[in-house]
Write a protein that binds this ligand. Sequence first.
Ligand code: GLN
Length: 544
Amino acid sequence: MAQTKYIFVTGGVTSSLGKGIIAASLAKLLQARGYRTTIQKLDPYINVDPGTLNPYEHGECYVTDDGAETDLDLGHYERFLNVRTSQANNVTTGRIYQSVINKERKGEFLGKTVQVVPHITNEIKERIQILGNSGDYDIVITEIGGTVGDIESLPYIEAVRQLLWELGENNGIVVHLTLVPFLSAAGELKTKPTQHSVKTLMESGIKADILVCRTEHEISDDIKKKLALFCNVKQEAVIQSIDASTIYDVPMLMQQEGLDKVALEKLALPNDTEPQLELWKQFLQKHKNPKHKVTIGLIGKYVELQDSYKSILESFIHAGAANEVKVEVRSIHSEHISGNDVDKKLMGLDGILVAPGFGERGIEGKIMAVRYARENDVPFLGICLGMQMAVIEFARNVLGLNNANSTEMDEQTESPVISLMEEQKQITNMGGTMRLGAWDCELKEGSLVHVVYGKTEIAERHRHRYEFNDDYKSQMEDAGLVATGLNPKTGLVEVIEIPSHPWFIGVQYHPEYRSTVANPHPLFVGFVKAVLAQKQQQTNASLA
Ligand code: GLN
């Protein structure tokens, strides 16, 4: 078997330069040339995974099929590559230390003193090579979170240095992402921060092979020459990464700059064929030239931070392109919706999505949004907590169970229509203990959701503790809210819908985690289609 090649992506100068998008774009180009490529993210924080982090801290927590709670960059990797990721694709300092300490307790270090070098660095090297050693990939891209020079990143940088040496020339390279700021007072792009961050990397014994320079203005050949000279790279290895109107443009921009070509050359891999990006370009073409427009309300409580609902927003981009529709997502804070102004706040929306979430804050606004959608025939999609809110709303306003609630919000509620699963009741540890990852679901023949998916057997990713309470199922079904997706083994309700409504679906799982450019998620595609149809019907009716 040919040797797996490694590309390490580091960041300098500042955070938030978009390392994840650059890594995903490079991976896309390599994949489009026929190389089996995957991406891994190493995060230098001490949380074992981001599952316990508030979305305001770190944006959305992304969930993989195997139930790993991961960094949102893994979402970009899957959306770009259309290849599933797993626990092995995201490792944190917390996980590294946890594993080393567990080994120490088992006595696996033969009486040695356990140290950052070599024990932590060895563990990091092992985690990096797990994907390469699987035999499934020609190229593994490893993105190191944080910025070089950070105290937290040091063991990772040292592990990369050792690994580069062990792998030998042409088997591992370093792509360093930096910022070339524009000083408007001087009217100039400045290279010094990049020079300094490359120097910091060199102090740790690592030489950057390729520089990707984030910039708001074109980088001239002169500046590229200067950067090359002072940073010890070839001029063609200085890659400009100019601000793009959509992240989906970045692969093509990187191709124009020759990032994939230079990387392959440094890895001594053939680079004479062109990447096959026809489908990607078709998607972009549709995304940029929509024929229609719809406005969908995203009702959530973390709306101040775009990253909190990253996968949902991206799923709308995929589904919009599939329908040749521009989906304008209007984020509405559920705490800002009250009984007096719900109509005013939600008027003009062509569709309503009630978002996932945790805890009591903002739920009454979500329940009012569900009611508005149900009573006004507005197409509705409820995801996880959004589905639970739809059940509560129906119980309160249709079944007349005025105090219906989830036991997450009110433990003593008289009508616990959403409640904790038996096996969740004993759990005291919060990290990694929810119902996580892909679970099978069987859809009811002839239901709306069956039509939407075009099949009855599906598997979707979960991340929640509370469930639809079966005790209320027949009462709900008699009144018109039907369970149309069940877990075939446990009978747990995964999908509800209201057949008398034009398009009303709630799902206990997270469809947004599985939507990719190549495979837009059927629920989002179906939702956008229904929203457009409803809008057109209303326009026609008002013209008649
Ligand atoms: N808080 C709810 C639960 O734990 C829903 C979780 C979610 O929306 N991801 O069941």
